[in-house]
Design a protein around this ligand. Structure first.
Ligand SMILES: [Zn+2]
Length: 61
């Protein structure tokens, strides 16, 4: 198995991990029922996706 030839310096390690922070998820409001939902996803409350397309919801979530 290949192993790194050189030890990663603290500076190089921190620079790499500077991109690892989690971002807040973007939330928008459902135009049909007003609940918060993710963009491009069906609404968990009412199943609304876009005009003319509404999915059935299980009622559990
Ligand atoms: Zn909705």
């Amino acid at each position: 198995m290949a192993v790194p030839a050189f030890r990663t310096s603290p500076s190089r390690k921190r620079k790499r991990r500077s991109h690892h922070a989690l971002r807040r998820t973007n939330l928008s409001t459902c135009p049909a029922c007003g609940a918060t939902r993710h963009p491009h996803r069906a609404c968990r409350e009412c199943g609304y996706v876009r005009p003319g397309l509404t999915l059935k919801t299980s009622g559990l979530g």
